[in-house]
Design a protein around this ligand. Structure first.
Ligand SMILES: [Cu+2]
Length: 145
């Protein structure tokens, strides 16, 4: 899915996704790291996801790598998942300035989200599509930078 189609379908997506996570550190005037994003469940509840970022906290306009840990509800590593990510700033109507990719990480639970760059302050939304075996699920992340 391209960022453009992501935003075109976003209204529908949000209707279908009642579980919607928001971080609001901007009000506190503090930078955030991906590690500050709470451990969270995907929309259909198939997977549990946690993030860690480098550098930490997130630096505006600098390439980021996130480690993404994906487990089942039973705490088992989700091995061999195909994960894609799209996102952008809905209030500015633009996508990411880069095309981030997710690839396998250091162990069966981990994936690396590479090429992330948040080129301005404000609210960013990301949608991760996680496919492992027959189960596909979505994780929405909203980040105030
Ligand atoms: Cu923007």
């Amino acid at each position: 899915m391209t960022p453009a189609s992501y935003f075109r379908d976003r209204g529908l997506l949000l209707l279908l996704l009642p579980v919607y996570f928001t971080l609001s550190h901007a009000a506190l005037g503090q930078p955030v790291g991906a590690g500050d994003i709470a451990f969270q469940s995907t929309v259909a509840g198939h997977y549990e996801v946690r993030f860690d970022s480098q550098p930490k906290p997130i630096v505006i306009n600098q390439i980021q790598s996130w480690v993404m840990s994906v487990r089942t509800g039973d705490g088992l590593c989700v091995k061999g998942a195909e994960i894609t990510v799209v996102g952008g700033m809905p209030e500015h109507n633009h996508g990411f300035p880069t095309a981030p990719l997710v690839r396998p990480g250091a162990n069966d639970c981990e994936y690396l989200v590479e090429g992330l760059r948040f080129h301005m302050s404000g609210r960013w939304e990301m949608s991760f599509n996680i496919k492992a075996g027959a189960k596909t699920d979505t994780l929405m992340v909203s980040l105030d930078l």
